[in-house]
Design a protein around this ligand. Structure first.
Ligand code: T5A
Length: 213
């Protein structure tokens, strides 16, 4: 049986540069001859992408917090079952734009849903599966929203107020403080080339460490 792949996630508030840096991260990993699945949450499967449309679109602006939380985990259950677990089992790596840290940050810190309720769903849907490495792209909320706003019409989350995103950012930083081994914080307010150099360094160090395990 081949060795299990590794699960790498990229997190951060709106406009942090996750999508931009996913491309670079994918290249750095593939350049080491590692087979890679590149995906995102919510989404990553046909059902997950439909749930993403419901979650980010404006057809259900008054969606309850619990419905939002459960839809995130419904998409995640499908994603794990159809894409993430099969890829990892085959020894491929998975690079995912957002995962459950986003749920703790947005639905937990942002919306105020207690952590222990989220952790029940995390256990149920994921079992022991957790990311092996998470890159948290951190930057001031105003800068992130400014960058995101330049690019597209606001989705349902992007219409939240500044205080919401401050709580989300803080939620992410608390996760990083609790799990410094897994979560590497990158200052994403700097020039793109500088941010990408740091991400490259983190990934190369991680691949070397995995190679030595
Ligand atoms: N969500 C998700 C939850 O609430 N709970 C969950 O469990 C999960 C999984 C998903 C939404 O769902 C929520 C969170 C989100 O609100 P999304 O589209 O996946 O939405 O995520 P967004 O954060 O909305 O994606 P964005 O595209 O806005 O942000 P990115 O990907 O971080 O930013 P990116 O790369 O598109 O860059 C934005 C702009 O900035 C420029 C880029 O060129 C681009 O124009 N840029 C820089 N400019 C200057 N300097 C730099 N260093 C730059 N880096 C990027």
């Amino acid at each position: 049986m081949s060795e299990q792949g590794r699960f790498v996630t990229i997190e951060g508030i709106e406009g942090a540069g996750k999508s931009t840096c996913m491309q670079l991260a994918a290249r750095v990993i593939s350049d080491h001859g590692i087979e890679l699945v590149q995906t995102r949450e919510p989404g990553g499967t046909p059902l997950g992408e439909e749930l993403r449309d419901l979650l980010l679109g404006h057809r259900h602006t008054g969606m309850s917090e619990d419905a939002e939380l459960l839809l995130m985990f419904a998409a995640r259950a499908e994603h794990l079952h159809r894409r993430i677990e099969p890829a990892l089992e085959q020894g491929q790596w998975v690079l995912c734009d957002r995962f459950t840290d986003a749920t703790y940050a947005y639905q937990g810190a942002g919306r105020g849903i207690p952590k222990d309720r989220i952790s029940v769903l995390e256990q149920w849907v994921q079992g022991a599966r957790r990311p092996d490495l998470t890159i948290l792209m951190d930057l001031p909320v105003t800068l992130g929203l400014e960058r995101a706003g330049r690019r597209s019409d606001p989705d349902r989350f992007e219409r939240e107020d500044l205080a919401f995103f401050e709580r989300v950012r803080q939620g992410y930083r608390e996760i990083a403080a609790r799990e410094p081994q897994r979560v590497r914080v990158v200052d994403a307010s700097r020039a793109l080339a500088t941010v990408q150099d740091e991400i490259r360094g983190i990934l190369e160090a991680f691949m070397e460490q995995v190679g030595n395990d």
